[in-house]
Design a protein around this ligand. Structure first.
Ligand code: ADP
Ligand code: MG
Length: 310
């Protein structure tokens, strides 16, 4: 998934596996998920499905059917702003596996127009029993970059819950999931960083209570070409990276996968449409807009930010 992970557990019961054992268990769980869901491993179940040109049901490991099913629900909720069939566009814009010896450059209008008909969540289907996924047209491909880390955080949490561990903070490439409390606080206080690529300053702090928080932004994964900045959140409706969108969006949710996916969807929808949808669905989110030399914060009413942090 192209990132690092950490898990903090303030104290382990004597009956619990040791820290070393837990680290090994979590690493193998993540290796297994990555081996199934990765776009960067040619032998992953995901890549095999992407290469397949068949429009019949394609049997996959249960995790892949499950994450596709969850993704399709969120696509419907966001009217297609979140859409894992965006893969051909992600590749065209240079944010997927590519020749890293060459700098990425924006594709031509005609290549975008050719790729757009392959993008659309209604062309993808999932079933759980037996686990399988299916595409309506041969060229449909999936990219789980906007939901995989949150999904994996949910899987690590389920593993720790199964061992009876009641307090933890999971960090999977910046998508966080917590339960219980930290050493010094009845929740897990976490910092949201300023959406700038060259500094690491905390913008504000939130207390995580048995929740996940995910942040998407235009400041980590982007490139400049021809005087323009291209970020890796792609608007499936236009086939182009989000322009003039929020600098960052953070989403709180019980589910890590949902938080991760909605953070990306809200980047695509922008502040006004994003806040309207968050309100309607009862999702707590913080939209951060870049202004000259500063940031303006647009939290939904339920977003529990601490005003003392700024
Ligand atoms: P990060 O990986 O930095 O947390 P995101 O969660 O926003 O960022 O995921 C961005 C990635 O998701 C892109 O690199 C791409 O692989 C994929 N992606 C881009 N746009 C969309 C979209 N509209 N819907 C679903 N996935 C997307
Ligand atoms: Mg995301």
């Amino acid at each position: 998934m192209g990132g690092t992970w950490s898990v903090k557990i303030p104290r382990l019961a004597t009956t619990s596996p040791s820290a070393d054992e837990l680290q090994g268990q979590i690493q193998s769980l993540l290796n297994k998920l990555d081996g199934t869901l990765s776009l960067w491993k040619p032998e992953s179940a995901l890549c095999k499905f992407n290469r397949s040109t068949s429009t019949d049901w394609h049997e996959v490991p249960p995790e892949l059917a499950d994450i596709v099913e969850q993704s399709l629900v969120i696509s419907r909720q966001t009217d297609g702003a979140f859409d894992i069939t965006v893969a051909p566009l992600v590749l065209l814009w240079g944010f997927g596996p590519r020749d890293f010896h060459l700098p990425p450059s924006p594709p031509s209008d005609s290549t975008i127009a050719q790729a757009l008909p392959l993008v659309g969540h209604h062309r993808l289907h999932a079933r759980r029993n037996p686990p399988a996924i299916r595409k309506d047209i041969a060229g449909v491909q999936i990219d789980l970059g906007a939901i995989g880390k949150g999904y994996a955080a949910d899987a690590v949490a389920a593993h720790l819950d199964g061992l009876g561990i009641t307090d933890y903070l999971i960090d999977l490439g910046g998508q966080l999931k917590s339960r219980g409390h930290s050493l010094s606080s009845p929740a897990w206080p976490i910092g949201i960083e300023e959406p700038t690529h060259d500094t690491r300053r905390i913008l504000l702090t939130v207390d995580l209570h048995d929740q996940s928080i995910a942040t998407s932004g235009d400041y980590h994964n982007f490139y400049d070409a021809g005087g323009k900045r291209y970020c890796h959140e792609i608007d499936p409706r236009t086939g182009r990276p989000v322009v003039d969108g929020p600098a960052a969006v953070s989403v709180l949710h019980a589910s890590g996968a949902t938080a991760d996916a909605f953070a990306t969807a809200f980047m695509v929808l922008g502040v006004d449409d994003g806040i309207r949808l968050a309100d309607r669905l009862g999702i707590a989110a913080l939209f951060v807009r870049r202004t000259t030399g500063s940031f303006t914060l647009h939290p939904t009413p339920g977003f529990p930010w601490r005003s003392d942090a700024r």
